[in-house]
Ligand binder design. Sequence first.
Ligand SMILES: NC(=O)C1=CN([C@@H]2O[C@H](COP(=O)(O)OP(=O)(O)OC[C@H]3O[C@@H](n4cnc5c(N)ncnc54)[C@H](OP(=O)(O)O)[C@@H]3O)[C@@H](O)[C@H]2O)C=CC1
Ligand SMILES: CC(=O)[C@@H](O)[C@H](O)COP(=O)(O)O
Ligand SMILES: [Mn+2]
Length: 391
Amino acid sequence: MTTLTLLGSTGSIGTQALEVVSRGGYEVAALAAGGGNVRLLAEQVLDHDVPLVAVSRGSAADVRDAVAAVAAERGVPAPGIEVLVGEGAAAELAGAGSDVVLNGVTGSVGLAPTLAALRAGSSLALANKESLVVGGALVRAARQRPDQIVPVDSEHSAMAQALRSGTHGEVARLVLTASGGPFRGKRREELTGVTAAQALAHPTWAMGPVVTVNSATLVNKGLELIEAHLLFDVAVEDITVVVHPQSIVHSMVEFVDGSTIAQASPPDMRLPIALALSWPARPQRAVAPCRWDQATSWTFEPLDEDTFRGVRLARQAAAASATHPAVLNAANEECVAAFLDGRLAFLAITDILEQVLAEHDGVAAESLDLATVHDAEAWARRRARELAGAR
Ligand SMILES: NC(=O)C1=CN([C@@H]2O[C@H](COP(=O)(O)OP(=O)(O)OC[C@H]3O[C@@H](n4cnc5c(N)ncnc54)[C@H](OP(=O)(O)O)[C@@H]3O)[C@@H](O)[C@H]2O)C=CC1
Ligand SMILES: CC(=O)[C@@H](O)[C@H](O)COP(=O)(O)O
Ligand SMILES: [Mn+2]
């Protein structure tokens, strides 16, 4: 049995990971969540017989009471569980050592658990792209072996699979596909008054709110561009973004001989999750493969970078300094929270990111440490809040 520590268990990635786990072969050693949904967490504890739980907010009593309530409803005795509480609790779990740690937390709060899992020697199934983007060279340096980080993000899972077709020196470029989000085809002036509900209506994926808004601004694709650069050691100039509205080709690798290798499957995160858990082996049970007995068409189109500036901003951040990517992400987290609260207009998100990036005094890679990253993030969050408040 492979032991699994699952961070962000109550979210979109977390719940789908537990569906994969239910197919067998894994022992869930520990679960971490924010504490916003202790009822679901308690159900997961009982469903998967989990002895250890962490929550960043709330109390151990809240979790134990919820477990006792669910156990009573099911007519079973409440299991004794260990509960860790606080902002450092997820990292403590990640550092305790499991065969695999799946980081499915949202936001740069995932950085400490990512570093802890790598230092503990666990295989890190990484959905939390923010930790890699923010930590950059620090995360890469924490790896104890080159393949210790296994991507869960659908595009990077696709690239990792396609990269098996050649050597690093044979790669001409990575082709990162984007759905285009709910506003694909719209011009900038048509996006002035769009609401959070409209931005949350993703055309192909059902995901948590932050990554869904990031898909709408194309900031998700910008973060994924930096993620691909860091994971696969390919220059950002050699990564092309192409819009593929069907979300079936999850990304591609073009090799020096002109061959392009693509990975295709219907938009269902259970496949990249299952693959990340069993990597480098393939899961033995298929997750919803493509139907080849029905007419279908896949289309590809260039990204309108003047309307959707998330990718361009990420390219600028990656080129500017070692801390600009962390600043981009931190400012974006603040702007997305304000947008979801109805305090900020959709178009203002990338306007503010552009300004915060331009104002940041970057730090060179040689001087990068965790404190520097945290300082840069704290500055970016303050500045983004000021700019959002002034609008
Ligand atoms: N959803 C998807 O299909 C995809 C997601 N990703 C990436 O995966 C990550 C997770 O996304 P998604 O599942 O959509 O997000 P959700 O918002 O659905 O879930 C986030 C999870 O993180 C938990 N959490 C929040 N803060 C903390 C904390 N401090 N410590 C521990 N757990 C915490 C939440 O707990 P609580 O419920 O208690 O608040 C919840 O379980 C993101 O980085 C996203 O970009 C990548 C590709 C696809
Ligand atoms: C499922 C997944 O990996 C998401 O990150 C997805 O990429 C979002 O879709 P977009 O292509 O619209 O950003
Ligand atoms: Mn993705």
